[in-house]
Design a protein around this ligand. Structure first.
Ligand SMILES: Cc1cc2nc3c(=O)[nH]c(=O)nc-3n(C[C@H](O)[C@H](O)[C@H](O)COP(=O)(O)OP(=O)(O)OC[C@H]3O[C@@H](n4cnc5c(N)ncnc54)[C@H](O)[C@@H]3O)c2cc1C
Length: 605
């Protein structure tokens, strides 16, 4: 998240997005308690260096020039060229890493063994890389060491929300304690700059007599490039190797082929093949043990590696207040056990109605496990194995429970999107999956943008979703579908700004899911019709839009046209920024034109 300080003198009294209490300037999105505005920044890594001038000034509490702010806004939309995107797709970094790893000599004597935790495998239970590292350590006379590489500039770069940043740290805190109970140290390394990551990491490796490094794969381009750097550096050392594991998904991305031998690029056949595979290979759901303890002598011999202090959150990743922080921690308590408790509760209650209720946000029908999956606090194997048990061992289809099958289908979506990240790497570089959508010309309507961020578009279902996000660092899936459609179609704002805003606010931000969720298309959701179907009593709207709490009947879905002018004016609720029908036509025409322009530049492949 990128914050800019605003002049106190120009503040007008209104409630803030986060704490809803203190004055803020209408053109900015945060209160003077936060003293910030949120300017979306790149979520994904283009092949260009960021311009951090306004950020540096913000950190010095200086007000950046307007031109710097505008330039920074442009950064949100920066990306490599289409040509470059195609080159990266043709030579995916995953393939390069695979080849480098295979080429290593790995038969060196075992000394100390390191497991390198990343922000997507924050658990010691059923962790493939950690388990393998533990087994390897037992082959030699050394110990198992673990490390986490803290990169505050990465949080900045990806726009990671305070909620997710805090969730990561709190999970690390719990893991460090668990590991210490097994005489295993967990060291926090800090890379001051993004470019320092591999060097800081390798410096630690060299100083600690490590012979084998283990880690679980992260599939985004940047993270794969970081691992490529590390393998190359490891190859320069005598007796050192780097081993990577597929741990994020049950079926490793890029491994399940269709009848023609290719990879599935459409979800429905992928889902069918995934279910078949799980049926044929039930061992895919087997979980692995937590690491075996180190010998007690490790506590003395490696004393300097224990009790490594956890970092503080950078200023722009902190919550507005400790109350705010504790409230979010209450909604998403950290720790594997908390995740497993939530999973078990869901699988004995709501899951049985999931097929019926999943699209009704007012019923809060889903598991709310996304934060745990995205940080790897629980594993998908643990979740699906538990779902199988709840399904009495039956297949996830007609033979078993409909709710369970429907929920597992969502987990399969998650797996499928990881596959897309691997096979379409440009997707992680601020370009749409379908490159043709890159040619759509969006509007520069900052007023519309601001209304969307604040949940004040005047469209109740959209505003309810955005206010849930701003309050809970979470939003129900149906609401995510509606708010994203409204931003990129009706308001015709570049979808990348919404994508970035989600990253900056969600506790469950996950590049693969978010990017695919935001992928442009011609679909336009009508948020009034959607609300009538999915929130038919208006409970969700009433929960999140208090101005409308007393509106009776169907007027709640479109109060500007279903109430009299006098009744509407009393609500203190805005009229829609755009007319639905007109804006839909404008968007469809603009998207169509974008496709026509694209055809001159992008081949169908
Ligand atoms: C515009 C948009 C942006 C999104 N951004 C994210 C994101 O940053 N992080 C994220 O985890 N999900 C994202 N999703 C997917 C989905 O909305 C959330 O995973 C879901 O709402 C999380 O709630 P839950 O854990 O209660 O889900 P449940 O309904 O209980 O589903 C169980 C799990 O399945 C996975 N899942 C569910 N729905 C989807 C889906 N549509 N696509 C992929 N996986 C899914 C999640 O891991 C989820 O925790 C996005 C969807 C859209 C439309």
């Amino acid at each position: 998240m990128f914050h800019l300080r605003v002049a106190q003198s120009s503040l007008r009294s209104q409630s803030c997005l986060s704490c809803r209490s203190i004055a803020y300037k209408p053109s900015v999105f945060r209160c003077n308690f936060h003293q910030t505005i949120t300017m979306p920044k790149r979520q994904r890594e283009p092949d260009t260096a960021p311009d951090d001038a306004p950020l540096a000034k913000t950190q010095r509490n200086e007000k950046p020039d307007e031109s710097e702010v505008v330039k920074h806004q442009e950064n949100v939309l920066r990306h490599p060229s289409i040509q470059r995107a195609k080159e990266i797709d043709a030579h995916p970094p995953m393939t390069e890493l695979d080849e480098l790893v295979k080429r290593q000599k790995a038969d060196q004597p075992v000394r100390n063994v390191l497991h390198w935790f990343r922000s997507k495998d924050l658990r010691i239970e059923d962790n493939k890389g950690l388990h393998a590292a533990s087994q390897k350590a037992k082959e030699g006379k050394g110990v198992l060491i673990t490390a986490y590489l803290w990169s505050p500039r990465d949080l900045e770069w990806h726009g990671t929300s305070p909620a997710r940043s805090d969730f990561i740290l709190e999970n690390l805190r719990i893991m460090q304690k668990q590991l210490k109970g097994k005489n295993i140290p967990m060291v926090i390394l800090t890379a001051p700059d993004r470019r320092d990551k591999s060097v800081v990491f390798m410096d630690f490796v060299k100083k600690n007599d490590i012979s084998h490094i283990y880690g679980n794969l992260e599939y985004e381009v940047d993270e794969l490039r970081r691992d490529i750097d590390v393998v190359k550096l490891a190859q320069k050392e005598q007796g050192l190797s780097f081993h990577v594991f597929h741990d994020q998904a049950i079926v490793a991305p890029g491994t399940m082929t269709n009848k023609g031998g290719g990879l599935h690029k459409v979800f429905t056949p992928y889902h069918g093949a995934w279910l078949d595979l799980i049926g044929k290979k039930p061992e895919l759901l087997d979980v692995v043990d937590a690491p075996a303890p180190n010998d007690e002598t490790a506590m003395n011999n490696y004393k300097h590696l224990f009790d490594s202090p956890l970092p503080e959150l950078p200023p722009n990743k902190q919550f507005a207040s400790t109350e705010e922080r504790d409230r979010i921690r209450g909604l998403f308590p950290p720790g594997h056990q908390a995740g497993i408790d939530r999973l078990n509760k869901f699988l004995t209650t709501k899951v049985f109605n999931y097929a019926r209720d999943r699209s009704f946000p007012g019923k809060d029908p889903s598991s709310r496990l996304s934060a745990y999956f995205s940080a790897g606090v629980i594993s998908p194997r643990e979740a699906v194995a538990a779902a199988k048990k709840a399904n009495k061992g039956k297949a996830f289809g007609a033979a078993g429970d409909a709710g369970i099958a429907s929920w597992v289908r969502e987990i399969v979506f998650r797996e499928y999107y990881r596959q897309i990240t691997v096979i379409v790497p440009h997707n992680a570089m601020n370009l749409p999956h379908n490159l043709k959508f890159h040619f759509v010309k969006f509007e520069e309507d900052y007023e519309a943008e601001r209304k969307w961020y604040e949940g004040k578009t005047g469209v109740p279902f959209v505003d309810a979703g955005m206010r849930q996000l701003n309050t809970e660092a979470y939003m129900h899936n149906r609401a995510r579908m509606n708010v994203s459609s409204y931003l990129r179609m009706n308001l015709l704002i570049d979808y990348r700004k919404g994508e970035r805003y989600f990253a900056e606010h969600l506790i469950d931000w996950d590049m693969s899911n978010n990017t695919e969720g935001w992928e442009p298309s011609f679909t336009v959701f009508n948020p009034v019709v959607q609300a009538e179907k999915c929130d038919h009593d208006g409970d969700y709207i009433r929960q999140w839009v208090p101005e409308l709490r007393n509106v009776k009947g169907k007027a709640i879905f479109a109060p500007w046209e279903r109430l009299s002018k006098a009744e509407f004016d009393k609500l203190g609720y805005p009229r829609p920024h755009v007319d639905f029908r007109e804006s839909k036509e404008r968007a469809l025409a603009r998207y169509k034109q974008g496709m026509a322009d694209a055809n001159a530049h992008v081949d169908d492949d």
